[in-house]
Ligand binder design. Structure first.
Ligand code: SMG
Ligand code: MG
Length: 368
């Protein structure tokens, strides 16, 4: 296909409640959306980067700049662009995986729409709906946390993930276990907030029957994760550390994790995510789909990915109303703890023009 133009659109979406993690509080989700206009039609992709470089080194202004100055000019110059070729075209640029993923997804969306094929079918989905979990931020108090978890349990979520940090770990986990019982599927995510000195607090979580402990240590510290994994029976899961199929093979080989959180943005796209899924399956390592507070565009694509066979645990693929009063697409509505895998062509969701317009801060159009 030929690429005619690319829109880089910045939107701001207020969250229905503040989301606090070990790295800070999000109250509004600033999102960078990519739209490609091609000779076979248009396509959309959502960049996973947050407004500030606090989850990973990427952030919205940086992603915007690298797309505008380096990535989009390379794809615009490509005489015959395919989604499978995007990674090679962008290979000369080091890093910036979330920005690369956004453009690759938009090209893939356009290509699949032109072939009237859904992303799920293309990636190898084996389910028509996926089991959903929800990620619960650090609260002001244990009582407030229990109220929030109770709301989500009543809503039907199949598993709860608690954000933790040193000082907000054993007590909230114990309180949730006591209030909701041992049958609640429960896991925790530290977003790298621990180190060797605070690791004993994590060992104390071993008695609570957690599904997993996600990314307790720094993203480049596989060794510390392997040490913890050797000391506890709760599986250690990696998020921030896993940026490619190569990285996951190394992490598993070192004993640093036995479960993997897959986020397409972090891997540089859905195509690399399928490779990570496949190598994990071959190594006997279950995966699950992470989230970056996506709008309906990114959420639709995540749900398609989560329908692959080795996605064996509920994902952070919550319903639209967990995040937003109004989504930019038709909302994803939870039914019996599940969300349906989109069946329409491409990612299977598109922005509603009026909502998109109302939330837009800026649009920059780059042409051939
Ligand atoms: O999309 O439901 C979601 C957010 C899930 O906890 C979540 N994501 O480390 O897994 C993670 C975090 C990263 C983003 S926090 C703003
Ligand atoms: Mg995480």
């Amino acid at each position: 296909m030929k690429l005619h133009a690319v829109d880089l659109r910045r939107i701001a979406m207020p969250l229905v409640r503040p989301f606090r993690t070990s790295f800070g509080v999000q109250t509004t989700r600033e999102v960078l959306l990519v739209r490609v206009v091609t000779d076979v039609g248009e396509g959309w992709g959502e960049c996973a980067a947050l407004a500030a470089p606090v989850y990973s080194s990427e952030y919205v202004d940086g992603a915007h700049a690298v797309l505008r100055d380096h990535l989009v000019p390379r794809v615009l110059a490509e005489p015959d662009l395919t989604a499978r070729g995007v990674a090679r075209t962008l290979g000369g640029v080091v890093g910036h995986r979330m920005a690369k993923a956004a453009i690759e997804t938009a090209v893939l969306d356009a290509e699949l729409r032109a072939h009237d094929m859904s992303l799920g079918s293309y990636l190898g989905a084996v389910r028509t709906e996926v089991e959903c979990g929800v990620s619960v931020g650090i609260a002001e108090s244990v009582d407030e946390l229990l109220a929030e978890v109770g709301e989500y349990v009543d809503h039907g979520y199949r598993r709860i993930k608690l954000k933790i940090e040193p000082g907000w770990d054993v007590e909230p986990v114990r309180a949730v276990r006591e209030a909701f019982g041992d049958r609640l599927q429960l896991q925790v995510d530290a977003n790298t907030a621990y180190d060797a000195a605070s690791s004993a607090r994590l060992e104390a979580l071993d008695e609570f029957g957690l599904l997993l402990i996600e990314q307790p240590f720094a993203e480049d510290d596989l060794h510390q994760h392997a040490v913890l994994a050797g000391r506890i029976s709760t599986p250690v899961c990696l998020d921030e550390s896993i940026t490619s199929a190569r990285a996951v093979v190394e992490a598993v080989r070192q004993g640093a994790c036995s479960i993997v959180n897959i986020k397409a943005g972090r891997m540089g796209g859905y195509l690399e995510s399928v490779r990570v899924h496949d190598v994990c399956e071959a190594m006997g390592v279950p995966v699950w789909c992470g989230g970056m507070l996506e709008t309906g565009i990114g959420r639709a694509a995540n749900i398609a990915l989560a329908a692959l066979p080795n996605f064996r645990l509920p994902g952070d693929t919550s319903a639209s109303d967990r995040y937003y009063a109004e989504d930019i697409t038709d909302p994803f509505v939870l039914r019996d703890g599940m969300l349906p895998v989109p069946t329409g062509p491409g990612v299977g969701a598109e922005p509603r023009p009026d909502v998109l317009r109302a939330l837009t801060i800026d649009v920059e159009t780059l042409k051939r």
